[in-house]
Design a binder for this molecule. Structure first.
Ligand SMILES: *Cc1c(COP(=O)(O)O)cnc(C)c1O
Length: 227
C-alpha cells in the first residue's frame, strides 16, 4: 500500500471508531479529502484508494486540479474564502461551497450557477470561536443569512461549517462543535432543513464526530504535512 492509501485507511478506521463510540452510523459521515498544496498525482493516488470527494481552498489551484483530473468522477468542494471576482469560477466548477458568509456572495453564486448543473450545495461558515482572524458569520447572524440563502433558486442550503480554534483536549474540542450542532438545530426549528455539519479536521475529527459532524475535512492526516 502507498502512504496515502494507508493514511486513508487509518483515517477511515478512526472515523468508524468515533462513530461507533457515538452510537452513529459510519455511512452518515463523509470524508472530504482536503488536497490544497498537494499536486494532482497525490489526488490520483487517493482516488485509486477509493476517495472520491476532494476539497480545495484556493480557486486557481482548484481549477488546475479539476482540469488535470477531468478523466475521474471526482466531486469537488470549495472550502476557502470566496471573493466576489471568483464566484463565477466557483459556481461553474465545484459541486459544493462550504464557506459562504455573505448574502452578496450567495446571490452571485446563485446567479452564476450554470443552468445545466444541479443546484450548488452550500454551507454557511460560522465563526464559532469568535476569532477575529477567521472568516465566517457570528452565530447571531446565522438565522437571517440562512433564511435569505435558502430562498436563492440555484443554491441548496445544506448546513453549517466551522473551523474552531485548535485545542488538544478532547472535551474542550467538543464544545464549539456542540455549539455548531445546537445552532443547526435552532435553524431547523425555524423551518429550515439543514442536514449537514461540516466540521472536524485532522487533529479534531473524532470530537467533531462525537458532536454530530456529517462531513469531516481532512488534509494532513491523509496527504502529510503541507510544509
Ligand atoms: C486546510 C483545511 C482543512 C484541513 O486541515 P488539516 O488539519 O490538514 O486536516 C480543513 N478545512 C479547511 C477550511 C482548511 O482550510
Amino acid at each position: 500500500m502507498t502512504t496515502i492509501a494507508s493514511n486513508l485507511q487509518a483515517v477511515r478506521d478512526a472515523m468508524m471508531a468515533a462513530a461507533a463510540k457515538a452510537g452513529r452510523r459510519a455511512e452518515d459521515i463523509r470524508l472530504l479529502a482536503v488536497s490544497k498544496n498537494f499536486a494532482s498525482d497525490a489526488l490520483r493516488e487517493a482516488f485509486r484508494a477509493g476517495q472520491t470527494c476532494f476539497a480545495e481552498s484556493y480557486v486557481q489551484e482548484g481549477l488546475d486540479k479539476i482540469a488535470a483530473l477531468h478523466d475521474l468522477p471526482v466531486e469537488w468542494h470549495y472550502i476557502g474564502p470566496v471573493q466576489s471576482n471568483k464566484t463565477r469560477a466557483i459556481a461553474s466548477n465545484f459541486a459544493w461551497v462550504h464557506s459562504v458568509d455573505r448574502l452578496k456572495i450567495a446571490e452571485r453564486l446563485s446567479e452564476q450557477r450554470p443552468a445545466n448543473l444541479p443546484a450548488l450545495q452550500v454551507c454557511l461558515q460560522v465563526n464559532i470561536s469568535g476569532e477575529a482572524s477567521k472568516g465566517g458569520i457570528s452565530p447571531a447572524e446565522a438565522s437571517d443569512l440562512a433564511h435569505a440563502v435558502a430562498k436563492l433558486p440555484r443554491l441548496q442550503l445544506r448546513g453549517l461549517m466551522a473551523i474552531p480554534a485548535p485545542g488538544d483536549d478532547f472535551a474542550v474540542q467538543r464544545m464549539p462543535f456542540a455549539q455548531l450542532r445546537e445552532l443547526r438545530d435552532q435553524l431547523n426549528q425555524q423551518g429550515l432543513r439543514l442536514d449537514t455539519l461540516s466540521m472536524g479536521m485532522s487533529h479534531d475529527f473524532a470530537a467533531a464526530i462525537a458532536e454530530g459532524a456529517t462531513i469531516v475535512r481532512i488534509g494532513t492526516a491523509i496527504f502529510g504535512g503541507r510544509g
